[in-house]
Write a protein that binds this ligand. Sequence first.
Ligand code: HEM
Length: 115
Amino acid sequence: MPAGTKVVISLAGADRDPNRWEDPNTFKLGRPRIKEHLAFGRGAHTCIGNPLARAEVRVLFDRFFEHTSGMTLSEERHGPAGDRRLSYEPSYIVRGLTELHVELTPAFAYTAAET
Ligand code: HEM
């Protein structure tokens, strides 16, 4: 590679490296050494908004699970388990779905007074 060549590092790709992470495309809570992930970068330019982003997600999930007891992917829109139809944004930077359809189960039964 010639000196001065511009390089873009795919942090999202690094976090799905099968040489580094066992079964990298599966969502697993409690992975060993999870703090070594690169979602917020590393070194001098590590994400300064990291604590704010984590706090926002914590509040989001706290509120979400107060009202929701279950969530499943829509089989109508994404196909059955084992044969899903998912499409991703064409990006080297962010791994994001173009659309996501889910079905939610309320955490409690709504009464007429609450509607
Ligand atoms: C889930 C949410 C977020 C993710 C995944 C994320 C990811 C990243 C990554 C990977 C970098 C390093 C880029 C590099 O190496 O050049 C970065 C830098 C940065 N992020 Fe975030 N970020 C998030 C949220 C935020 C928020 C909420 C803020 C501000 C309120 C923020 C502000 C910044 C700033 C200012 C930098 C540049 C730091 C520097 O160059 O010294 N980020 N972010």
